[in-house]
Design a protein around this ligand. Structure first.
Ligand code: XMP
Length: 544
């Protein structure tokens, strides 16, 4: 195993991710663990290397953030990254100075190929035969004097010691960030450290993560009860399946069906979790309640607020009831007691954690507050259980498959918390939601059925998000001998890697033709289908 000591960089989890990608088990712990803790952690002889992360701090400003001394005394390789390099230099007798020039962004680093870490790894070679690496730098301070025993491993014009190594002791350090994808050879460098220098056998797979996570949940929760808000989305589903695997009936899921889900979605969630996994799920059919609250509301943000607010209210009521029934009595003031369940579980994943730490756009805040029911644990007096906190989306999906969830569910396109509420323009009505659900199901079915011969993938897989939008306007059509005067839907399909920008997908005409024909013939009440050819920006992916 590999130990990653976290000095507080935003990208520490990326180091962990790269190590996991190399099929090596790792754990991230705060940098201020004690020497005794480190020795205990290494006591089973399985610890093969340590990585010291970056930080936003400076060795000067905060001299308290040091690596535990024991790290350098275990006789195993250590890799320092950015601040990790500076603290290594500082602690082992070198010198670090505040950089006169701050370096942020891309840099070309001359790599001295004579170290085991960088040997034969380069993006290009200069005329005089130097291997060069295109890397991502972000630092203010720099090492100005090598600690005894070290040699220079890499350099740039403004940072002569951009990498250093004491190969006899297995200590390596780089000033740049190999964990980010901007550093093109970053993965190769981390693989070299973990597999080549630390010589860990790459046999860890996501399946192993299940056992580890299960053990951790059992240890955290003991015999206490847990409540989880199940939305049917990927994150909450995987969290539910994982926690259920760990503690079985100590978990109760509350599934608030706001009536704005996709066709048969509610039943599918119940079938999966109750029918197959035998989990305890309380389904709250709140469609009428939500539609009632939404009557007369047509402003998109106002709609979001109603849905998000109501969702929290309903969930809180259910959670409180659950606790009251578990405790078998009412609490002070006749309100349901909160003595039963002790934990609230959430499917928070690592990008959510980063997002809530940094500055966010208003929209991100909205997304968040619906998604992870912010503030709820405090209000309910519950402890927070977040077993997916360290994982990235694709890892969560892999974990879901390892837990036996169907791939169609785990690899589903994202679906917004307010559901069809933001896909029915203006006021939401039951009639509109019913028409939209049926049209959308046809679109998705045809996307799944249509295979692109060039890639052998379905158009559902080739798009990042695809759905139907209901336009509450009527247009004239002709069907058989009669005139129709019915509603319009728009099909939307986009390709994107991060959902911040997106291109409309160039779906085959034959596919569009089939979808349009089926919707107009099968969904009475819709007589016109359009395709949205706007990219983001300036349009957004959703229409509201
Ligand atoms: P836009 O429309 O801003 O959407 O291009 C980007 C991504 O965010 C999703 N989205 C939401 N998700 N609550 C959510 O949980 C929301 O209020 C919300 N609004 C947009 C959208 O589906 C797309 O994936």
């Amino acid at each position: 195993k590999i130990l990653i000591l976290d000095f507080g960089s935003q990208v520490t989890q990326l180091i962990a991710r790269r190590v996991r990608e190399a099929h090596v088990y790792c754990e991230v712990h705060p940098c201020d663990v004690t020497d005794a803790w480190v020795r205990e952690f290494a006591a089973d002889g399985m610890l093969k290397g340590v990585i010291l992360s970056g930080s936003h701090a400076s060795v000067y400003e905060d001299t308290t953030d040091k690596a535990p001394r024991a790290v350098f005394e275990l006789g195993i390789p250590v890799l320092g990254i950015c601040y990790g390099m500076q603290t290594m230099a500082h602690q082992l007798g070198g010198k670090v100075e505040s950089g006169h020039q701050r370096e942020f962004g891309f840099a070309a680093v001359r790599a001295r190929g004579h170290t085991a870490l960088l040997q034969d790894i380069a993006d290009f070679t200069t005329q005089d035969g130097h291997g060069m690496l295109n890397v991502w730098m972000s630092h203010g301070d720099k090492v100005t004097e090598l600690p005894p025993g070290f040699k220079i491993m890499a350099s740039t014009d403004s940072c002569p010691i951009a990498g250093m190594a004491d190969e006899a002791r297995g200590f390596y350090a780089v000033q740049f960030h190999p964990e980010v994808t901007h550093t093109q050879q970053g993965k190769a460098i981390l693989d070299r450290f973990v597999l080549g220098i630390c010589q860990v056998t790459p046999d860890w797979v996501m399946r192993d993560h299940v056992a580890e996570a299960v053990a951790l949940i059992r240890e955290q929760v003991g015999d206490e009860e847990v409540i989880l808000g199940l939305s049917g989305g990927v994150d909450s589903s995987v969290a539910a399946a994982l926690i259920h695997r760990a503690i079985g009936d100590q978990l109760t899921c509350v599934f608030v069906d706001h009536g704005l889900l996709r066709l048969n979605e509610g039943d599918m969630v119940m079938e999966m979790f109750v029918g197959k996994l035998h989990a305890k799920v309380i389904r709250v059919d709140a469609a009428e309640l939500f539609l009632g609250k939404l009557a007369g509301v047509s402003d998109p943000e106002a709609k979001r607020k109603v849905i998000g607010g109501e969702f929290v209210t309903v969930f809180k009521q259910e959670a409180a009831k659950l606790k009251a029934s578990a405790a078998g009595r009412l609490g002070v003031d006749g309100l349901p007691s909160v003595k039963g369940a002790k934990w609230l579980a959430q499917g928070t994943i690592y990008p959510d954690v980063i997002e809530s730490g940094g500055a966010k756009s208003k929209k991100a805040v909205t997304i968040k507050s619906h998604h992870n029911v912010g503030g709820l644990p405090e209000q309910l007096g519950l402890k927070l259980l977040e077993p997916l906190r360290d994982l990235f989306k694709d890892e969560v999906r892999e974990l879901g498959v390892a837990l036996g969830l169907p791939p169609e569910m785990v690899y589903r396109h994202p679906f917004p918390g307010p559901g069809l509420g933001v896909r029915i323009l203006g006021e939401v009505k039951q009639e509109y939601a019913d028409l939209l659900r049926r049209a959308d199901a046809i679109f998705i079915e045809e996307l799944r059925n249509c295979i692109d011969p060039a890639t052998n993938k379905s158009w559902y897989e080739l798009t990042s998000q695809a759905f139907t939008v209901f336009l509450p306007v009527k247009s004239v059509g002709v069907m058989g001998d009669g005139r129709t005067y019915d509603y319009v839907v728009a099909l939307r399909a986009v390709q994107t890697s991060d959902f911040m920008t997106a291109d409309w997908a160039e779906l085959p005409y034959a596919l569009l033709k089939k979808v349009s024909g089926r919707i107009i013939n099968e969904v009475r009440g819709i007589n016109r289908v359009t395709y949205d050819v706007s990219s983001k920006p300036p349009a957004t992916i959703e229409w509201e």
